[in-house]
Write a protein of this length. Structure first.
Length: 67
């Protein structure tokens, strides 16, 4: 018996731009590899800004087809 997942992993890139609000999400990807690429792009293009990866989960909403 296979189990279906109820959540999916989302990898968010968070940046701290120094406005006193702390880290905020700048982009999100569904794969860790893509998120790591985006993280490196942000770090290369915006020196002096702190960035980090945050793994979150979102609930998968099932949709039913109406015949």
């Amino acid at each position: 018996m296979t189990r279906t997942r109820k959540t999916r992993d989302i990898f968010e890139v968070h940046g701290d731009y120094g406005y006193g609000h702390g880290f905020e999400c700048v982009t999100a990807e569904e794969s860790w590899t893509e998120a790591k690429i985006r993280l490196n792009e942000y770090r290369d293009n915006e020196p002096g800004v702190r960035f980090k990866l945050v793994k979150t989960r979102e609930k998968i909403v099932e949709t039913t087809k109406v015949a």
